[in-house]
Ligand binder design. Structure first.
Ligand SMILES: Cc1cc2nc3c(=O)[nH]c(=O)nc-3n(C[C@H](O)[C@H](O)[C@H](O)COP(=O)(O)OP(=O)(O)OC[C@H]3O[C@@H](n4cnc5c(N)ncnc54)[C@H](O)[C@@H]3O)c2cc1C
Length: 388
């Protein structure tokens, strides 16, 4: 595919991943990220302030494809400590890497649910407990506020672990330039990121139905098994609401590719291994090794990543990975329903999208899945994929 280029950052349009590196790098504050009609953040320039220095273009992954790595090591594993394993979405390997970096005096950055803004944002282990950074959150995270903090910590000679989507790793890498020796960059096989605007509206809807604020939300509770995940909603009055993830509209529209960012559908960054370590759910684990408690597939993409994994020693238990083939993994592909979904959202709002529309689509998908006899889970081989 021909490499896309943009003359100015606003021309990037649907190619923009929303990593926000351009906005943070802008020396005059001329570049802001504005919410578009689908609820995603897009760059917008204030021409009064712009000095045409092109720093934004230099940080843009669309114009500057970051270097690609070939994985050095592929392992299937999980945290040997059952509590650490249960705390992660898959095998809890991220938590182990994060603990190690913290014990070395380093700082960890990852995504948390922020009740004040009803959104997913990146925070450091110095701002919030590490426990809040663990586990997958299925809305696009705003990582912008962290890039400068990562830079500052690295300048102080501290070790930094930053975990994010492959596009956030690409944006951060371009923003930091050569300053990456002490950075352990971790990403994951990314299915794509759902609309953060829709997510905030949905949280508001939950709050208005119950009459109290939501204080936290989790997407991957594993008490019923790794494959039968549950979401949990925590309210200010102490109530906790639990529902099967696949029966929840936010999760459903994510998993079935209705609500993803436009750039996600053609994204190949997760195949390019830009990070030091890539994590994934090891959905293709052999039946005999699958205890349904969660197992990670882990790729070491660089020598630094390999050393970080080696340093975990007996804290991880390995399971065999036979004949790993990256080509069977793929992220969310475009569905014709996407346009319909966003037009219902724009015209009738989240109440309709998560009401009648969700019920109709949920029933339709259940019918199709019965016919195809396909299971749940994401980024499984195309033969088991969930279609349009
Ligand atoms: C949006 C999204 C899509 C994913 N798609 C797939 C997939 O298709 N196939 C697959 O095998 N695995 C996918 N994963 C990864 C998988 O869910 C696990 O996160 C991964 O296996 C690591 O598990 P763990 O138990 O080691 O760590 P965990 O404790 O689960 O750590 C997860 C890490 O991801 C970070 N994170 C969570 N949510 C976000 C977010 N919205 N944006 C940026 N960073 C975030 C957390 O801060 C934490 O650092 C996806 C994750 C996310 C967030």
């Amino acid at each position: 595919m021909a490499k896309a280029t943009v003359k100015d950052i606003e021309g990037i349009e649907y190619l923009c991943t929303g990593c926000g590196a351009c906005a943070i790098a802008c020396p005059t504050g001329a570049l802001m990220m504005d919410r578009d009609a689908e609820g995603f953040d897009q760059p917008a320039i204030d021409n009064e302030k712009c000095i045409a220095c092109s720093v934004c273009i230099k940080c843009c992954q669309v114009d500057n494809e970051p270097n690609e790595n070939e994985p050095i090591q592929v392992a299937g594993c999980y945290a040997s400590d059952p509590v650490a394993r249960a705390a992660g979405s898959s095998g809890g390997v991220f938590g182990l890497l994060a603990d190690t970096v913290q014990k070395q005096g380093g700082v960890v950055f990852g995504a948390v649910y922020d009740a004040a803004t009803r959104s997913v944002v990146h925070r450091s282990s110095e701002e919030v407990d590490l426990a809040r950074i663990l586990r997958s959150k299925y809305a696009q995270s705003d990582a912008r506020s962290c890039y400068r903090d990562v830079e500052a910590a690295l300048k102080f000679g501290r070790r930094v672990l930053f975990c994010g989507t492959p596009c956030q790793i690409a944006g951060l890498s371009l923003y930091l330039g050569d300053m990456r020796d002490n950075l352990l960059a971790v990403d994951f096989f990314c299915h794509g990121v759902p609309s953060p605007g829709m997510f905030s509206d949905y949280v508001r809807l939950k709050e208005s139905r119950r009459g109290v604020p939501v204080t936290d939300v989790t997407f991957r509770e594993k008490e019923h098994g790794w494959r039968e995940q549950h979401m949990r909603w925590y309210y200010a009055d102490g109530a906790v609401e639990e529902e099967a993830s696949l029966d929840n509209c936010q999760y459903f529209f994510f998993l079935h590719n209705y609500s993803l960012r436009r750039s996600c559908y053609d994204c190949d960054l997760y195949r390019r291994h830009l990070s030091d370590v890539t994590l994934a759910d090891y959905w293709l684990i052999d039946e005999e090794n699958d205890d349904d408690l969660g197992t990670s597939l882990v790729l070491a993409n660089t020598r630094k990543g390999e050393a970080a994994l080696a340093s975990l020693g007996g804290a991880v238990t390995e399971v065999p990975v036979k004949g790993f083939d990256m080509s069977v993994y793929r992220h969310g592909y475009a569905v014709s329903k996407r346009e319909e979904f966003f037009s219902v959202l724009a015209d009738a709002g989240v109440e309709a999208v998560c009401g009648d529309y969700f019920e109709k689509e949920h029933a339709r998908m259940a019918r199709m899945n019965r016919l195809r006899n396909a299971g749940g889970g994401h980024s499984v081989p195309p033969s088991a994929g969930l279609g349009d």
